[in-house]
Ligand binder design. Structure first.
Ligand code: ADP
Length: 664
């Protein structure tokens, strides 16, 4: 029983294949986690790194409270079940299950007890005397599960354990494994390429593609709130319908136009509050996603809907309890080819359709999904990145949603109207603005507060739940963006500072205290000499001496300035095994404006000016070509033209530049 922590885990194989990138996840004790994705996406590699069967290139893996990067597989307290069972053919089922315990020299009675108990849980007690070849695939997989169970591991790892079984047995074993998980109360991590297996078994699912985690969430949330088109299409059968289209805001409404057809629906703007307005220009291509059950041919629903489109029916698939109707929203489309006009509709009514029928379909836009056509990332996110508002600047006052806010000295802009982007994490609790509370929703551990202000809904990510009917808020002005005629006239202050550099190593001569051993040796020798002279030697009072020694020192060379690297950081960099020649590589060092201090020596920076955001002040500096910001203490009133900066080494992210691997 254990929780696991994976922090910035990477795997680069010796041939240069980057199989896993920046895998970060906290797994709670007793969770059933499923890694799912198409073949080659890196799921087995991740599992094998947890098992200790593959080295971790970079990152930190903890099982319980222990960092296990360098711990042998046998000492990790995990058990693994493989697709091919890996049973010994010459041993009986009992011997196969007991094998690992015997290797550990466990007492005979304890082995018997554990094997019997596991066999009972798995329903294979009567087969304990058989050889594996006398058993079916399902039974063999039970034996291999048994062998894992008797180890009583903290974590069970299962790599596609059911893919050798036929469909019926797979379904049965699926529920047996889920039951087993409940019974054992152990953390399970399960790898599969089958999304149905993932959806039915996992308490949380990690969807992977091309070595990158796409999304981590519960089955239900992945289905309802896919973060990108890949997840939307991968999870759920039949696959979500995807249409190309454009969105155009006209007053308080938005026209959704489908490409390659004249289909168009008009919906209230509030559906798109979380969408960046630049997508609502009627020109930018977007992808519109609707699941088969969110389209209806039911005449009553069609009659009541104000979002209907024409569909030309092509064929159907009877699934018993429901029927999938295939069609096309392009009257010239065939309904068979997967295209951006083909549509699949889940129908429960009894109406018979004939190929070529043209019918009206109602779209349930409460469940619409929208994706950027190029990046395929959701443009209707659950947690909106920004609040998109109309605004006006008049002198030093910024007005939005009926509120007037004084602009801090750091923000300079001419009077006029514009668009204001306030990040949802830039609205803080406490302040002069009073908003009506709609509610707080907890999404992936974050609290999203919905409020009403000046007739509009606004969103804030907050630290504490708000239960009062109204709330006082303020805006973190360093995070806002102001657009005029589509051009950015006020930009947010960058939240990260990035430097270039590398790692250096040198041998230096240093005075170091003698070791216990050296001291003992020296004292023994001194005693002998002293005895020869017939004098007493007060060994206990003899002070520890220092010795000059050659020691290896590691330094971070950041923008030409050298900083000693703590051993722990140096070791992490060197431990990135497949990246040879650590010392010749280029690194990127990242921190925040809060992690830099001004000192006598350090990174040379030229001060461009002081940005006063009211509550906080920052110095805008250049380091070479780079523009960076540093937080200023209240005590600092003025700055010379040239200053030196020291980063907080503990807070630095160190990224190997050409492979883009975060090492620390
Ligand atoms: P999955 O389990 O999702 O099918 P894997 O984790 O097995 O994917 O593989 C991820 C990627 O790493 C693939 O591109 C694969 O070709 C590559 N890979 C896996 N094992 C090795 C290896 N031993 N050496 C080099 N590349 C490998």
């Amino acid at each position: 029983m254990a929780n696991l922590s994976l922090k910035h885990i990477y795997k680069v194989y010796p041939n240069g294949a980057k199989a896993v990138n920046d895998f970060t996840m906290e797994i709670e004790d007793k969770e059933f986690i499923v890694f799912v994705g198409p073949s080659g996406c890196g799921k087995s590699t991740t599992l094998r790194m947890i098992a200790g069967l593959e080295d971790i290139t970079a990152g930190e893996l903890k099982i319980g409270d222990l960092v296990v990067n360098d711990v042998e597989p046998k000492d990790r307290d995990i058990a693994m079940v493989f697709q091919n069972y890996a049973l010994y053919p010459h041993m009986t089922v009992f011997e196969n299950i007991a094998f690992g315990l015997r290797l550990r020299k466990m007492p005979r009675e304890e082995i018997n007890r554990r094997v019997q108990e596991a066999a009972e849980i798995l329903g294979i007690t009567e087969y304990l005397g058989r050889k594996p070849k006398e058993m079916s695939g399902g039974q063999r997989q039970r034996v291999s599960l048994g062998r894992a169970i008797v180890r009583e591991p903290k974590v069970m790892l299962l790599d596609e354990p059911l893919s050798n079984l036929d469909a019926k047995l797979r379904t049965q074993m699926r529920s047996e494994i889920a039951k087993l998980h409940k019974k054992l109360g152990t953390t399970f991590i399960y790898v599969t390429h089958d999304q149905i297996e993932a959806m039915t078994m996992g308490t949380r699912i990690v969807v992977m593609k091309d070595g990158f985690v796409q999304q981590i969430d519960t089955p239900k949330n992945l289905y309802n709130y896919p973060g990108n088109k890949f997840v939307a299409g991968f999870i759920g059968t039949p696959q979500m319908n995807f249409f190309e289209g454009t969105l155009k805001k006209v007053g308080d409404f938005v026209e959704v136009a489908f490409k390659y057809t004249d289909a168009k629906v008009v919906v209230p703007y509030f559906y798109f509050y979380k969408t960046r307005p630049s997508y609502l220009d009627g020109k930018t291509n977007v992808i519109i996603g609707l699941r088969a059950e969110n389209v209806s041919l039911d005449p009553a629903e069609v009659a009541n809907s104000n979002a209907t489109i024409k569909v030309k029916i092509s064929h159907k698939e009877e699934l018993g309890n429901e029927t999938l109707i295939y069609g096309d929203i392009n009257m010239d489309g065939d309904g068979y080819t997967e295209s951006s006009t083909r549509i699949i509709i889940k129908s429960i009514d009894e109406v018979e359709y004939t190929a070529g029928d043209i019918v009206e379909a109602a779209l349930d836009l409460d469940h619409v999904h929208l994706f950027d056509a190029a990046t395929e990332i959701s443009i209707l996110p659950r947690i909106p990145e920004f609040n998109y508002l109309d605004c006006e600047v008049h002198g030093r006052t910024l007005t939005f949603l009926g509120q007037g806010v004084e602009l801090p000295p750091a923000i300079v802009c001419e009077s006029g109207v514009g668009e204001l982007l306030i990040p949802s994490d830039a609205i803080k609790l406490g302040g002069d603005i009073v908003a009506n509370v709609i509610g707080t929703e907890v999404i992936l551990g974050k609290k999203l507060l919905s409020m009403e202000l000046g007739g509009r809904r606004i969103f804030a990510v907050v630290d504490e739940e708000v239960t009062t009917p109204t709330v006082n808020i303020s805006i973190d002005m360093k995070k806002i963006t102001l657009l005029r005629d589509g051009k950015e006239i006020v930009s947010p202050m960058p939240e990260t500072v990035s430097f270039d550099g590398n790692l250096t190593k040198k041998k230096v001569v240093e005075d170091v205290p003698e070791t216990e051993e050296e001291r003992a040796k020296r004292l023994a020798k001194g005693k002998k000499d002293a005895n020869a002279e017939g004098e007493e030697n007060a060994a206990a009072e003899e002070p520890v001496r220092t010795k000059s020694k050659k020691v290896v020192k590691f330094s971070l060379k950041i923008e030409g300035a050298e900083f000693p690297a703590p051993d722990e950081i140096a070791q992490k960099l060197i431990a990135a095994l497949t990246i040879k020649r650590v010392f010749e590589k280029d690194y990127r060092f990242e921190c925040t404006p809060y992690d830099l201090t001004i000192a006598e020596e350090g990174i040379e920076a030229h001060v461009e000016g002081i940005c006063d955001y009211g509550a906080e002040r920052f110095a805008k500096c250049t380091v070479g070509e780079k523009v960076i910001y540093i937080k200023l203490d209240d005590s600092i009133a003025t700055l010379p033209k040239s200053i030196h900066l020291v980063p907080d080494i503990e807070k630095l992210a160190i990224i190997q530049a050409d492979m883009d691997i975060r090492l620390v």
